[in-house]
Design a protein around this ligand. Structure first.
Ligand SMILES: O=P(O)(O)OC[C@H]1O[C@](O)(COP(=O)(O)O)[C@@H](O)[C@@H]1O
Length: 416
């Protein structure tokens, strides 16, 4: 809130209006709302909104002070888009041009999928495709289409060597590689069981450096090539160069890390761009929200049941217990956990000892983001990023969220 005292301060270049303040200290901005703001002041302030040229008048209280995203951008119409951010990171040398191209192509795929998801009921895109993926799960029409959209964008980037998808049995080597050869693993439409109900879903991706030993262009020996594709994909999460997700919900939000913090971009359909809205995201160290499918409770280990019961009997939150929230869409539950704190868990149980989620294109990319935001990603006993996948569609239990909450959970596992 600005306090303007001396007369000349109010003589504004650009709009030329001025007015007398009768000795009493008054917050100018506040007066905007008071019915008694003089016509001159209203005219003056509206001039400023229009012209924004007079630096002397403080911006109205509602406008956030300039952040680094506006650094150097002295036009109120400068947009800090995902492309701008990638360019700046490239200029800083934190990523190279080819990786920036791959990330941009993923951004494009997510924009396409966002519009397909939004129009699903309008364009008969709901329902099953009549196919099943390698995990035997019935594929939704949009699972198949999103997979195609993602693969097309990655191919046409010309910078990917191998791509592995939840919806493809095996990884494929990309012919259209001009250079860069990056390895991209992805879940094109996570939480698709929610799609027909219009509930939030998402895409998840991870990008690796190609591994030198396993070249994937031995066209003479397709079997060896396939093995090398798999070897290129089966890298531990600690080798990730970049990972991210895109949330398709009330707004479309693209969140990523290149190993230097976590950045969130909200899709502005008016300009067709992802705009930086969440710079350098940090997850709170503790959080009262837990997201587990308690329908599986009976199949959990006694210690895990003890942990869950302890959350419900806890009086940690002003005498209240933890609060349950479960969308049943990893990206939705994860995004809320990242912003509000807490813990998301998909443990193993008697039916699925390793849980449901896939290490390569769900657990590792999300754990990399959470760690970069100051949180943790664990199987209960092991750091997810330290696990080297043995199979492309391998499942592991996942507990991800605030460091304090994951540490607390792990204490129950230690006791086993
Ligand atoms: O319905 P459940 O067993 O709770 O599983 C929900 C979980 O499975 C997922 O839908 C993952 O599966 P998909 O990638 O096949 O959608 C997660 O998004 C979600 O957290």
């Amino acid at each position: 809130m600005s306090l303007l005292l001396s007369e000349q301060v109010l003589a504004h270049e650009g709009c030329g209006t001025s007015r007398q303040i009768a000795g009493r200290v008054r917050p100018v901005v506040a007066r905007q709302t008071a019915p008694s703001v003089s016509r001159a002041t209203q005219k003056c302030l509206s001039n400023h909104k229009a012209q924004r040229s007079c630096t002397k008048l403080q911006a109205p209280a509602t406008e956030a002070p300039p952040t680094d995203k506006q650094a150097g951008a002295d036009s109120p119409y400068a947009l800090y888009t995902l492309t701008t951010w990638l360019l700046k990171e490239e200029m800083k040398g934190t990523i190279d041009g080819e990786l920036a191209t791959v990330i941009s192509s993923i951004g494009l795929a997510c924009k396409q999928i966002a519009s397909l998801v939004q129009r699903a009921s309008l364009s008969d895109m709901n329902g099953l495709a009549g196919l099943a993926n390698q995990s035997g799960e019935d594929q939704k029409k949009l699972d198949v289409i999103s997979n195609e959209v993602f693969s097309n964008c990655l191919r046409s980037s010309g910078r990917t060597g191998v791509i592995a998808s939840e919806e493809e049995d095996v990884p494929v080597s990309v012919e259209e590689t001009y250079s860069g050869n990056y390895v991209v693993v992805f879940d094109p439409l996570d939480g698709s069981s929610n799609i027909d109900a219009g509930i939030s879903t998402g895409s998840i991706f991870g990008i690796y450096e190609p591994s030198d030993e396993c070249s994937v262009d031995d066209m003479e020996n397709p079997e060896k090539m396939m093995d090398n594709c798999i070897l290129n994909c089966c890298q531990p999460g600690s080798a990730l160069l970049c990972s991210g997700y895109c949330l398709y919900s009330s707004s479309t939000i693209f969140v990523l890390t290149i190993g230097k913090g976590v950045y969130g971009f909200t899709y502005d359909s008016m300009v067709g761009e992802f705009i930086l809205t969440h710079p350098d995201l940090k997850v709170p160290n503790l959080g009262k929200i837990y997201a587990f499918n308690e329908g599986n409770y009976e199949g959990w280990t006694p210690k895990l049941k003890e942990y869950m019961d302890s959350l419900k009997s806890s009086e940690k939150w002003n005498g209240k217990p933890y609060s349950a929230r479960y969308i049943g869409s990893l990206v939705g539950d994860f995004h809320r956990t990242l912003l509000y704190g807490g813990i998301y868990g998909y443990p193993g149980d008697t039916r699925n000892p390793n849980g449901k989620l896939r290490l390569l294109y769900e657990c590792a990319p999300m754990s990399f983001i959470m760690e970069q935001a100051g949180g943790s990603g664990s199987t209960g006993t092991t750091r997810v990023l330290d696990i080297c996948p043995e199979k492309v569609h391998q499942r592991v239990p996942l507990f991800v969220g605030s460091k304090g909450e994951v540490d607390y959970l792990e204490t129950f596992f230690d006791k086993e």
